[in-house]
Design a protein around this ligand. Structure first.
Ligand code: ASP
Length: 331
């Protein structure tokens, strides 16, 4: 029987009602006891490093969870993490960069309703997370939700209330459940190098969503606090020009100060391609902007945090950003 480590961190799945709204209160053991069939699938040990609404989780917890996985990696065949849905896509992306080439699955799940609700999605999601984790084709960091298995760098929360809360952005799902049958589409890549763990993240990454008419003088105000700026531009990507060169100059000064800019798009699907229009072409050619193409903003932000945790060198930052961490994948 396979051995799985269950890491509970809080979220709606573990929440109970209070006068002031839902808050995590249910322990990892109680979560498991609510899905007794899991015991027929695998042997489970549990740890509960947190009991947090995932709104309150950030890079500090991502590092700690990666350390828990690293320290117990040899002892288990896989890991299931119960997590709030609000920032689960960030944690999934961050873990994808911090635990690379893992042949053992690291599976995040959660739910839209507490496990103690009568009409909950929690039991379905938790059970399926274990089913995927013990399956032979399972690998890498994945998110299991509402019968879908989504690659950690491709997941995004796209619905706030429906059970169908997560989507795989511009990438096929790793697997799906048809009733209880798991159908796997993306199997573990062949000839993977050994698993590699990273312990450092640099959180000084800011995302600026452009709004028509926005003033560029916000950019130098961010410089003392951030090393990387992700510009969520319009369409396939461009820098606005409202009768002067203020955006162009602000971006040039940012890059010349040794900081990084990644251009992405606020359009939910199909990514950036800055060379299509003059508004993007010149900025990309002359200012040395890095382009996110079809990566999600969650993946862009966490990949930058991971890269900046490794190096200060501009050429190396660019190289790492443009190199997929997983063989044969596009992130
Ligand atoms: N606010 C909750 C959280 O992210 C939402 C959820 O888990 O669905 O922890």
């Amino acid at each position: 029987m396979k051995k799985i480590l269950f890491i509970a961190t809080g979220g709606t799945i573990a929440s109970a009602k209070t006068e002031n709204g839902l808050t995590p209160a249910i322990t990892s053991e109680e979560l498991l006891n609510a899905v007794p069939q899991v015991k027929n699938l695998c042997a489970v040990d549990t740890v509960q490093p947190y009991s947090l609404d995932s709104t309150n989780m950030c890079w500090k917890q991502w590092i700690h969870v990666a350390e828990i996985i690293r320290d117990s990696y040899a002892k288990y065949d896989g890991f299931v993490i119960a997590h709030g849905t609000d920032t689960m896509a960030y944690t999934a992306a961050a873990l994808s960069y911090m635990v690379q080439n893992s042949a053992k699955p690291v599976v995040l799940t959660g739910s839209q309703k507490s496990i103690y609700n009568r009409d909950t999605d929690a039991r379905n999601n938790l059970y399926r997370a274990f089913v995927y984790a013990v399956s032979d084709g399972a690998w890498g960091v994945q998110l299991v939700f509402d019968n879908k298995v989504i690659l950690g760098t491709r997941a995004r929360k796209t619905r706030t209330r429906s059970f169908n809360a997560f989507s795989s952005i511009d990438y096929p799902e790793t697997a799906v459940f048809r009733d209880t049958r798991l159908v796997t589409f993306l199997r573990r890549p062949m000839d993977q190098p050994p698993v590699r763990f990273y312990e450092r993240l640099e959180p000084a990454v800011f995302v600026l969503r452009l709004v028509p008419g926005m003033r560029a003088d916000i950019i130098p105000l961010l410089a003392p606090h951030y090393r990387a700026l992700v510009l969520e531009s319009f369409g396939v990507g461009g820098l606005p020009c409202y009768g002067d060169e203020s955006f162009y100059n602000a971006v040039r000064d940012w890059v010349e100060s040794g900081r990084v800019i990644v251009m992405t798009t606020q359009v939910p699907h199909e990514g950036s391609d800055m060379e299509v229009y003059q508004v993007g072409h010149r900025a990309k050619r002359e200012l040395g902007l890095i382009e996110a193409y079809s990566m999600t903003s969650e993946a862009v932000v966490t990949k930058l945090m991971w890269i900046l945790g490794q190096t200060d060198d501009s050429a190396e930052i660019r190289r790492l950003f443009q190199t997929p961490v997983q063989k044969d994948q596009i992130f």
